[in-house]
Every structure is written in C-alpha cells, then in structure tokens.
Design a protein around this ligand. Structure first.
Ligand SMILES: C[S@@+](CC[C@H](N)C(=O)[O-])C[C@H]1O[C@@H](n2cnc3c(N)ncnc32)[C@H](O)[C@@H]1O
Length: 276
C-alpha cells in the first residue's frame, strides 16, 4: 500500500521527469507540504490533480523543487576536499582570495566558504561574491536564517561558533561577522558580464537545465574569469564536457583548474569583461 506522498512522487516523475525520490524525503516532504497548503489543497493526491491541470501551479512547483534547493556544505565530502586540499593550496599562493558563488540560491554555499576561510585564514581579507538570477532568494540569503535541515552537514562546533539558534522556530541565523564577508548581487549567468581575476568559482547545481551549448559557453567564460591556478568547483552530479579543450586540468572529480604556467591555453576570443 503506497502512501499519498509516495503516489505523488511516482505521478510527478511521470508528469515532469523529476524524481523526488532522489531528494531527502524529510526536507522535500516539508517543502511540498507547505506548497500544498499554500495552494489550498489538503493532501498530496489533491495537490497532484492541481498540478496536472494547472500549468502555472506546475511551473511554480517545478521552480520550487529544482531551482532554489541548497544547504550548507552540500556534498560534505567535496567541501572536505575544498577545505583540506584546495583552499590551503590557493592560500599558499595568495593571501587574499577572490571567490564567486554563481547561482548561490539562499546563500548556504557562499557562507560555507566564508566559514572555511574564517577557520583557515582568520586574518585574511577575502572577497566572496555571491550571485543569483532570483532577487527574492537573495533577500533570504542576506537575512541568513536557515531551517535545521539546511544546516544538517554543519558540525555542532561550527553551529555554535557561526550561528545563533532560535529555539522557538528551530532556525539558525548566520552570525553577522560571517554575513558581512559575502556580497550578494543579482546576476544572470546567461546574459550578464562575468567578474574577473577569480581564484575560485563555485557553480554547483545551477546549469542542470541549461542547454549543452549554453553550458559550453558558460564553462569557457568561467575559464576566462579565473586567474592562473584558479579553480572551478561544480556540483556533485556534474562534469565539464570538453574541459581539456577549453584549457582546464581536471584535478579531481568536480574540481577543474586553469593551469598555472605557460601550458595555459589562452582563449583566441578572449574579451575584456567589466567587473561586477
Ligand atoms: C539548485 S540552486 C543551487 C544552489 C547552490 N549553488 C547549491 O549547489 O547548493 C540553483 C540556483 O541557480 C539559480 N539560477 C538559475 N538560472 C540562473 C541563471 N541563468 N543565472 C544565475 N542563476 C541562476 C537559481 O535561481 C537557483 O537559486
């Protein structure tokens, strides 16, 4: 006997191709439960019928489940690699890093990097730019308040050091001194000029719905935006096709480097892009 939520997952997969079963069910169920209530429905079967018959409700649903999902230290093992290997290497070459979280959603990603830098280089004056196409999610990012599920990968020690816990709502707000290290800006990766001279670009779980052509252009633009030795960090299910022909060296799965020295392949079509 399947529950109404399991029925919903099966039907939604057939309708949209999105496999909600691949998302952590507690978080997703709560998120969908609030969407369902906001739509005036009382259970998942009614909600599915609404989605089936109302294209704009379906669009809102798809946007909600696919677009703004984020959490602190998403793919914790990869953030572990960033902390233990890549950031120390970058810091050994430069004392002030320029970092861009492109498609930062609610800010969990750039704040995760800000926490790592605070631990690895507490006196450093680094620049962390965080951009997204969605102005409303950036408002949330600036507030920096998160549900318990968003901070599930944050250690107790970091929770105590970097967050204030509000027990009445069980929410966690990033402390001001970390919040102030991140600059949030609206930016469309498919349209706007890219910042330059970057040491690290995080673009994770953003391009999944972009065409192959758009992705290829974007990865090339990222390459041009990186300093020599700089790194591109992609999502846990992503890879840069043709990375070598753009000029990247794959240093490990999900981390691509613009080579340090003469071996760098310079772009023939390099253009000067204004800073954000
Ligand atoms: C799934 S979230 C990823 C958040 C974070 N990078 C992570 O991996 O946890 C994808 C974000 O990409 C943003 N996005 C989608 N299209 C974009 C575009 N053309 N330019 C900039 N951001 C975009 C969405 O608004 C959304 O906040």
């Amino acid at each position: 006997m399947v529950s109404d939520y399991e029925y919903f997952i099966i039907k939604v997969k057939k309708l949209t191709g999105i496999d909600l079963g691949q998302y952590r069910s507690q978080q997703m169920r709560r998120r969908l439960g609030s969407m369902l209530r906001r739509s005036g429905m009382s259970n998942f079967i009614e909600y599915y019928k609404l989605l089936e018959g109302d294209r704009s409700a379906l669009q809102r649903f798809v946007d909600s489940v696919t677009i703004n999902v984020s959490e602190f230290f998403r793919n914790a093992d990869k953030f572990g690699e960033l902390e233990e290997r890549h950031l120390p290497e970058l810091l050994s070459r430069r004392s002030q890093l320029r970092i861009w979280s492109a498609g930062c959603a609610n800010g969990a990603e750039p704040y995760s990097v800000a926490i790592l830098l605070d631990e690895l280089s507490p006196l450093g004056c680094h620049s962390i730019l965080a951009t997204d196409i969605d102005a409303s999610i950036l408002e949330k990012a600036r507030l920096g308040t998160y549900d318990a599920s968003d901070v599930r990968n944050v250690t107790q020690q970091r929770l105590q050091t970097y967050f204030t816990h509000e027990s009445s709502t069980n929410t966690f707000t990033i402390k001001r001194r970390i919040r102030e290290k991140v600059t949030f800006e609206v930016h469309d990766l498919l349209r706007d000029p890219y910042p330059t001279d970057l040491d690290l670009i995080l673009c994770r779980n953003v391009v999944i719905y972009f065409t192959e052509q758009a992705k290829a252009a974007l990865y090339k633009q990222f390459f041009d935006s990186l300093r020599r030795g700089g790194l591109l960090f992609v999502g846990g299910t992503e890879m840069v096709f043709g990375a070598g022909s753009i000029g990247y060296v794959t240093v490990s799965p999900f981390f691509y480097q613009k080579p340090m020295g003469d071996e760098t392949k310079q772009s023939s079509a390099q253009v000067t892009i204004p800073r954000l």
